[in-house]
Design a protein around this ligand. Structure first.
Ligand SMILES: N[C@@H](CCC(=O)N[C@@H](CS)C(=O)NCC(=O)O)C(=O)O
Length: 232
């Protein structure tokens, strides 16, 4: 199998880049998709992902057939299971509580937690100012602080990683989300600082995030063509 990741630094595609580095080092191709230049809305990119987002993971089989995966949670789950010798996911061969907890945290990160952060992002940084809804931002900031953060805090106060004392692929999702949340001044407690510092000791983590050169904040420049094309 060959892998090619369509990626934009500082976005959800870093989750998948991180896991690929954990699993296969540098043995995959990366194509940068400059989201601010609206490349995700070109016909060529839309033919790969009609939802106009990164990550896209192109998987090419030995017979030359290929497909595009367009959901980061599915990519993480598939990749971790595909390299069992790396031990980044509890074994799928039999039903175990560890496997149930791991899948639950992976999907909690890629769907529920992600959804809350995305609402904040959309209404604080992406929509044109006339379309932004401060009530939505307040609601989801409150939801994150009162419901999401305490669940993560309770886990990380007693274990080194999100599913216990062993690093798993679920940490690639939750860890990237915690970084994302901190850019919005959420997950500010020391327990999250210590979690990120444990994660950052991993060479694959450093590789995944080393391409983040943007020094500007999370705001999208008003003159980016992506603003007018953005659909939510
Ligand atoms: N559910 C998707 C969400 C992907 C997504 O929304 N990616 C954002 C970057 S973090 C994107 O590419 N947005 C560009 C756009 O919607 O125009 C996943 O996690 O794989």
């Amino acid at each position: 199998m060959k892998f090619k990741l369509y990626h934009c630094p500082g976005t959800r595609s870093a989750r998948v880049k991180w896991l690929l580095h954990e699993l296969i080092g540098d043995a995959f191709e990366v194509e940068i998709v400059p989201l601010l230049e609206a490349v995700q809305y070109t016909p060529d990119f839309l033919s790969k992902n009609p939802n106009h987002g990164v990550p896209v993971l192109e998987i090419t089989a030995q017979d030359g057939n290929s497909m595009h995966m367009i959901e980061s949670g599915a990519m993480i789950a598939l990749l971790a299971d595909s390299f069992p010798e790396k031990c980044l996911a509890p074994c799928p061969d039999h039903l175990s509580l560890q496997r149930a907890d791991y899948l639950q945290m992976l999907h909690f990160g890629a769907s529920w937690m992600d959804m809350v952060l995305w609402q904040i992002r959309v209404h604080e940084h992406i929509l044109p100012s006339s379309d932004r809804d401060p009530l939505t931002v307040r609601r989801y900031r409150r939801k994150f602080a009162n419901e999401i953060e305490p669940q993560l805090h309770a886990r990380l106060a007693t274990t080194r990683f999100i599913c216990g004392d062993t690093f798993s692929a679920a940490d690639c999702v939750i860890g990237q989300n915690v970084r994302w949340a901190r850019a919005y001044h959420l997950c500010a407690h020391d327990v999250f600082t210590r979690y990120l510092s444990r994660l950052s000791e991993r060479p694959a983590y450093a590789q995944a995030f080393s391409d983040m050169t943007r020094t500007a904040g999370p705001e999208i420049p008003e003159d980016s063509p992506a603003v007018a094309l953005f659909t939510g």
